[in-house]
Design a protein around this ligand. Sequence first.
Ligand SMILES: Nc1ncnc2c1ncn2[C@@H]1O[C@H](COP(=O)(O)OP(=O)(O)OP(=O)(O)O)[C@@H](O)[C@H]1O
Ligand SMILES: [Mg+2]
Length: 262
Amino acid sequence: MSCLHTGKVLSEGEGDKWCIESQAVLRHNRPVKKGAIVIELENVAYSYGGGELLSEVSLKLAPGSFHFLTGPSGAGKTTLMKLCYGALLPTAGYVRLFGADVRGLDRDDIAIVRRRVGVVHQDVKFLDHLAVSDNISLPLTVSGRAEDAAGGDLDELMNWVGLTNRADALPPELSGGERQRAALARAVIMSPDVVLADEPTGNVDWEMSQRLLRLLIELNKMGKTVLIATHDLGLIRATKAHVQARVLRISNRRIQLAGADL
Ligand SMILES: Nc1ncnc2c1ncn2[C@@H]1O[C@H](COP(=O)(O)OP(=O)(O)OP(=O)(O)O)[C@@H](O)[C@H]1O
Ligand SMILES: [Mg+2]
């Protein structure tokens, strides 16, 4: 048997779990077909209670696309990211995640979205009493896939982000850059369809930022949709040598496609 939602071939024990999810997906008429827009904002506005921070924002992230999000500090990049994974609801307009209006999502749907979207938060938080490796594999553990962490994937990922020798450390013992690397590893451990990374290289040196970028580029080449908020124009230029990346800029509350001069 294979899952309607993911197409994944199911073992006996898995069947129920995934089929329950599939029903939730079908209930909301969520597109299961390939090629559907994964994240769509239509005429979105957002306000934290004062004036509008974002106005008339329309944006479509197609599957397999690679976008950067730039703009001055305080322009609303993190806010836009939060709208893109349902952590905030728009004050006007529509946000559709995998084809479903965020306002109609129930708790189960949100859980599915969280599984399909890996997020690197700008203010990354860990469980401080758990070792770094356990924090990174936590998404697998909570979704009942702890056995996958025991396979080589966790080790390989920890090695890629240069944290193998920090695997047993506790999060408060990590440097800022090590925290960011752990955050990226945790965001991609579930092999999500979409990776949203908010300043993922803000605290790491150029060499490490290139290494993290390569991980995101490889994921994109595997078909994952990537959106990175960054101030780092060097990072954007380096990416454009490898993939077709588009640059979005928030300016005066609106989003624009930045020119080819970047
Ligand atoms: N929870 C909140 N309540 C009220 N105002 C907020 C809240 N979160 C953010 N803001 C304000 O909204 C504006 C945009 O914040 P946001 O974090 O989205 O900007 P940003 O573009 O990500 O900035 P940076 O580049 O510094 O990370 C800022 O002025 C910020 O102070
Ligand atoms: Mg921010």
